[in-house]
Design a protein around this ligand. Structure first.
Ligand code: GLN
Length: 484
């Protein structure tokens, strides 16, 4: 196996035992990037020189026996997390020259461990999308089939991990943007509980839904990453003052007698046969490990996509008001201030971002507020109550991550509603604020990965992760790699 194909846990041992140097791991990663990045296009910015400089520092710490779990590990970061002195574009032309003067909390924490930033990954513009086709720069390709999308919006991070162009990555998830690309690319993606991870320095899309989380090659690595990024941060008023446990300690715990809820509304007539088979197989497997399946109902599931697209667009319309060409980012010419504003936003934002700003501004406007925004907030409460009710009888919920495997590039670009529906199984989780993971659970007939979603109670990532780990240990899916 090449060094770039290893996991965080695998490399940690080799690095600490002085069998390899972090510089050699970087050599393998950048060789891979040189070889395939022209095809896969995971990255917007590659930070090679800085990574080699950081590797020297990491080596010093390792030689002094002062290594932390991520010391000397190459990690890619989605391009909506601020990295001081490094271009951070959100895949938008309106930020194509934005170099943040400050560091996000998550990357600061990784930096504190002397991780190696490989680069900033591609995404749908401002994280709005499910395929990376809304990137203002280029579309990332799925390493399993380069005619297909990698999912989105964290498609660049997912593809980079799946293609071994980094060891692990961070993404963000507002309605599925970590889990759906993880599912499409055959890797592990975790959306923590809302408030578990600081959003300080994450460029806001929909602040009440956004969460940062890891994209990794296995569940152990997800736990290692979560250990580093989780925990209260006074710089984010929505970060919860909740103690973060050592998540790796949950791995290997018994799942005998664990009650796994199967929500009726997620298994409907007409669902994709390959997905249905893979997920049913996974439920059987969990049962054979001692878990007890229980049918449950989340009755308001059918309203989730509609409520999400009112709330997320409303928050986006407010959050994106700051891009006016004055303080930072792209600025277009104009004969006066108003015309400069208008030209900047007209030229700087892509079509999907404009569509959402218009939808959200409409939903928030006087006279419509009660009919749309307020109604959607009420529906959100009902959806959260659905989860509270289900979790009064079960420990974890099991569903597909996405209704299908990866779709073809261009297949859904002309039909926004079809694109929105690819998050039908992930959106409710963000509305409720609960944690969920996607792990590989099979392949479609066409050879594309399928993801299993495990959903937990608020701040109970441990049950989610121990279940995911037990399943992963008893299967081979996560070990398969794309033959690029
Ligand atoms: N695909 C969903 C959207 O377009 C979710 C995106 C996300 O989680 N950032 O809004």
């Amino acid at each position: 196996m090449k060094l770039n194909e290893l996991t965080i846990a695998g490399l940690r041992k080799l690095l600490d035992d002085r069998e390899v140097k972090s510089r050699e791991v970087l050599d393998a990663v950048y060789k891979r990037i040189d070889d395939i990045e022209g095809t896969v296009k995971s990255y917007i910015t590659v930070t090679k020189d800085a990574a080699y400089r950081a590797a020297e520092d990491a080596e010093k710490a390792i030689r002094a026996n002062k290594a932390s779990p991520l010391t000397g590990i190459p990690v890619a970061i989605k391009d909506n997390m601020c990295t001081k002195g490094i271009l951070t574009t959100c895949a938008s032309k309106i930020l194509d020259n934005f170099v943040p003067p400050y560091e996000s909390t998550v990357t600061a924490r990784l930096g504190g461990q002397k991780y190696l930033l490989t680069g900033k990954t591609n995404m749908d513009e401002f994280a709005m999308g499910s395929s990376t086709e809304n990137s203002g720069f280029h579309t990332t390709r799925n390493p399993w089939n380069t005619e297909c999308v990698p999912g989105g919006s964290s498609g660049g991070s997912a593809a980079a991990v799946a293609a071994d162009e980094c060891i692990a990555a961070l993404g963000s998830d507002t309605g599925g943007s970590i889990r759906q690309p993880a599912s499409f690319c055959g890797i592990v993606g975790l959306k923590p509980t809302y408030g578990r991870v600081s959003r300080y320095g994450l460029v806001a899309f929909a602040s009440s839904l956004d969460q940062i989380g890891p994209l990794t090659k296995n569940v152990t690595d997800a736990a290692i990453m979560l250990n580093v990024i989780a925990g209260h941060d006074p710089l984010d008023s929505t970060s919860a003052p909740v103690e973060a446990p050592d998540f790796t300690r949950a791995l290997g715990r018994e799942i005998k007698g664990l009650r796994i809820g199967i929500p009726r509304e997620y298994f409907v007539e007409g669902m994709d046969k390959d997905v249905e088979e893979a997920v049913h197989g996974a439920i059987k497997r969990l049962e054979s490990l001692g878990a007890v399946p229980v049918e449950v109902s989340l009755p308001h599931t059918g309203y989730a996509v509609a409520a999400y697209y009112i709330l997320a667009t409303s928050e986006a319309s407010s959050n994106l008001a700051r891009y006016d060409g004055v303080k930072y980012g792209f600025r277009a010419a104009g004969k006066d201030l108003l015309e400069m504003y208008m030209n900047t936003r007209a030229q700087g934002f892509g079509a999907e971002v404009k569509r959402r700003i218009m939808l959200g501004t409409y939903a928030l406007s006087a006279g419509y507020y009660d009919a749309y925004y307020k109604k959607a907030q009420q529906v959100r409460t009902l959806i959260k109550q659905d989860f509270d009710n289900a979790f009064s009888t079960v420990d974890v919920l099991v569903t597909p991550t996405a209704p299908s495997a990866a779709f073809r590039i261009g297949e859904k670009t002309t039909d926004p509603l079809q694109m929105y529906l690819s998050d039908i199984f992930t959106i409710s989780i963000n509305l409720a604020g609960v944690p969920a993971i996607s792990i590989p659970c099979g392949f479609s007939k066409a050879g594309l990965p399928i993801g299993l979603q495990l959903i937990g109670k608020h701040f109970d990532e441990e049950t989610v992760m121990k279940t995911a780990y037990a399943y992963e240990q008893s299967t081979e899916w996560h070990a398969r790699r794309p033959g690029l």
